[in-house]
Design a protein around this ligand. Structure first.
Ligand SMILES: Nc1ncnc2c1ncn2[C@@H]1O[C@H](COP(=O)(O)OP(=O)(O)OP(=O)(O)O)[C@@H](O)[C@H]1O
Ligand SMILES: [Mg+2]
Length: 287
């Protein structure tokens, strides 16, 4: 629901880096980048660095999205620390994909201006998958993954090393020369994940990556998220498969009708009466 398939317009932005030695090309190395966007809303992106454990990698403050009367997000705020795996859950229409669109600059929030062009988002190390799968169907698996790798890496040799690594990680290696349109939907989804991973993102946003997978595939996907996290990426994942999200996440954020209803460890969330009432249901709480 609510996907935004069109190529977004270039949004106006101004960017201030608190590390004065930073240039856009050295963002990956800078310890702290602060992106100050027009208006009240601010997304702070802190780079990989030493001694910054208490720094948030991503901070979203007071984000409101009003689609002409339909308020999809209401003053949503949260922070994600580097290295975390965070689950984002909520009923259909809660605002999860809209939040992804805003974080990645695909949509501009009503309150203030939050957004960068997709190009800048990738350069800063944020990559995402879409709920509606849309790999390039008439290209091979490897060609799809190459698109991501080319965005993320400057050097040619690194591009091919990254492609090989990602194809192995996602178990698509044997299918690298097949056209994506010949693959079943689950594998097309994996191609999209591989493409997102290929840019070596610091923050990876996954929108319902496990929908439609069987239990063996879900187990494999959980393992993949863990490996990606061990390699240094921070992961924010939207998912309705509760067993998966509760087992893989260190922290879970719950959206309900555009509001942040709760945030905490999986155990806290499963025990939260409001979350059980509006989303998880009594049966889940008892199981
Ligand atoms: N471009 C848009 N124009 C108007 N309304 C929109 C738009 N995008 C999303 N919405 C509405 O905003 C609300 C939140 O949608 P969103 O897609 O973010 O929900 P979601 O939590 O991702 O749901 P699902 O679990 O079904 O994917 C919904 O009521 C949806 O209809
Ligand atoms: Mg959605």
């Amino acid at each position: 629901m609510g996907e935004c398939p069109s190529i977004p317009p270039t949004l106006r932005f101004n960017t201030t880096y608190t590390d004065t030695t930073s240039t856009p090309s050295s963002l990956r190395r800078s310890r702290l980048e602060k992106i100050s966007l027009e208006g009240d809303d601010v997304i702070n992106v802190h780079g990989f660095g030493n001694g910054g454990e208490d720094l948030a990698l991503l901070e979203v403050r007071g984000v409101t999205m009003d689609f002409g009367g339909l308020v999809a997000l209401r003053e949503v705020s949260f922070a994600i620390e580097q290295g975390e795996i965070v689950g984002l859950i909520g009923a259909n229409g809660a605002g999860k994909s809209t939040l992804f669109n805003i974080i990645t600059g695909v949509q501009k929030p009503t309150a203030g201006m939050v957004g960068l062009t997709p190009h800048e988002i990738v350069r800063l190390g944020i990559s995402r998958t879409f709920q509606l799968v849309r790999p390039f169907l008439n290209y091979t698996v490897e060609e799809n993954v190459r698109v991501g790798a080319l965005f993320g890496h400057a050097r040619h040799s690194e591009v091919y090393r990254r492609i090989d690594h990602v194809l192995k990680l996602t178990e698509l290696d044997a299918k690298r020369n097949l056209l994506v349109r010949t693959l079943p939907i689950e594998q097309r989804k994996m191609v999209e994940v591989a493409r997102a991973l290929a840019s070596a993102p610091r923050l990876l946003l996954l929108d319902e990556p496990m929908a439609g997978l069987n239990s063996v595939e879900i187990e494999r996907f959980i393992e993949l998220i863990r490996k990606v996290s061990e390699e240094g990426a921070t992961v924010l994942v939207v998912e309705h498969v509760m067993k998966a999200i509760m087992s893989v996440s260190r922290r879970v954020i719950v959206l309900h009708a555009g509001l942040k209803l709760a945030e905490g460890t999986p155990e806290t969330i499963m025990a939260n009466k409001d979350v059980v009432a509006v989303y998880l249901g009594e049966d889940y709480a008892k199981s």
